[in-house]
Design a protein around this ligand. Structure first.
Ligand code: COA
Length: 334
């Protein structure tokens, strides 16, 4: 947990996002597995999600295009960046990083570049880290991306997983600002690895936990114990938002947007109701994009930013939880 010292301010100069054109509806899924639109909508709030054409699209192309959009919005070039961080667990290759390829594609060489693995917390972990690096004085301009091609790791014969996930990338450009009041007011990042087997992508049979040994395992594909994740998420989400608002003195009236990782509408709604937040302050796009893991918070931020919903007077909160298990939050003033 960190309370910012703020030697420099950190400005979000621009945001961007990218989603593939291709839509995968509940109706489409019902032709692949034993499911139906009513069950999916009631249990998750999802109507459709976007999926890459894997012959031409993937985490790299979405991350590149999202960051390019953010640079354009910030009226900056790749060469203005001195670091690129991509939060992802679906990099095409473990080496090189997606970030290094994005940097080369956007003319950011010789900016530093690395990927960050924190599952659905990828964007919030990355932006928290980036702002701390700017505040430390070491970096001036950082491109932060959350990008996930979930369709490359989803087993479309597994109905518990395939209904939830979609592909997306969201990005933000952070720059050093002389006004120390601008930027991240408070952030948290945490993990509890004892819960790892609730959400994992096995590469080798040796890694498969005892609880899953009798189940069909597709190596390289996401395994999820939905009930366990739900139990963890429903209290953690509420606690993390409550902590962020409490530590910064925000109330349901004074907070701007609360940007939640789009995991499941029931998890978000449960937190919203318990905290007394009005509907219009908790953005929802899971109905159209599903759960895009590290892509989701950045995508929401970009959609809100472009719609003029991020206000100067009202700090906004970003919050996520995911595989690891991990959780993270950040409170920002723009
Ligand atoms: N379509 C139709 N029926 C389905 C189904 C599907 N896609 N998936 C499961 N079912 C069935 C189950 O077999 C079960 O049937 P039964 O009662 O006859 O045994 C019934 O529906 C209820 O299943 P259950 O697993 O209890 O559903 P749920 O209410 O827990 O919802 C999830 C399942 C996955 C939607 C929910 O657990 C969830 O969202 N968990 C959190 C996941 C998450 O957020 N992951 C990402 C973390 S970042």
């Amino acid at each position: 947990m960190t309370q910012s010292v703020q030697p420099f301010g950190v400005r979000i100069r621009g945001t961007g996002s990218c989603v593939p054109e291709r839509r995968l509806t509940n109706e489409d899924l019902s032709k692949l597995v034993d499911t139906n639109d009513e069950w999916i909508v009631q249990r998750t709030g999802i109507h459709e999600r976007r999926v890459c054409d894997l012959s031409t699209e993937g985490t790299f192309t979405m991350a590149r295009d999202a960051l390019k959009n953010a640079l354009d919005a910030a009226e900056m070039k790749g060469s203005d960046l001195d670091l690129i961080i991509v939060g992802t667990v679906t990099a095409e290759m473990t080496c090189p990083s997606v970030a290094a390829r994005v940097g080369a594609a956007l003319g950011a060489v010789p900016a530093a570049a690395f990927d960050l693995s924190a599952a659905c917390c990828g964007f919030v972990y990355s932006i928290n880290l980036a702002q701390a690096l700017i505040q430390s004085g070491q970096f001036r301009s950082i491109g932060v991306v959350g990008a996930e091609c979930m369709s490359s790791i989803v087993d479309y014969s597994d109905r518990t997983v395939s209904i939830l996930f979609g592909d997306a990338a969201g990005a933000a450009i952070l720059t050093r600002d002389p006004d120390p009041r601008i930027g991240c007011m408070y952030s948290t990042m945490g993990s509890d690895g004892s819960g790892w087997s609730s959400l994992y992508i096995p590469r080798r049979l040796q890694e498969v936990p005892v609880s899953d040994i009798d189940n069909p395992i597709a190596l390289g594909h996401l395994r999820m114990n939905g009930k366990e994740v739900f139990r963890f998420a429903v209290t953690k989400f509420r606690d993390v938002i409550e902590d962020a608002m409490h530590k910064t003195g925000l109330t349901p009236e004074s907070v701007g947007q609360v940007i939640c990782h789009q995991s499941n509408i029931r998890i978000i709604e449960s937190a919203r109701e318990k905290l007394g937040l009005p509907h219009e302050k908790v953005y929802i796009n899971i109905d159209r994009f599903g759960n895009s893991s590290a892509g989701s918070v950045g995508l929401c931020l970009d959609q809100l930013w472009r719609a003029g919903k991020i206000e100067k007077e009202r700090p906004f909160v970003m919050v996520a939880f995911g595989g690891g298990l991990t959780w993270a939050s950040g409170v920002w003033r723009v």
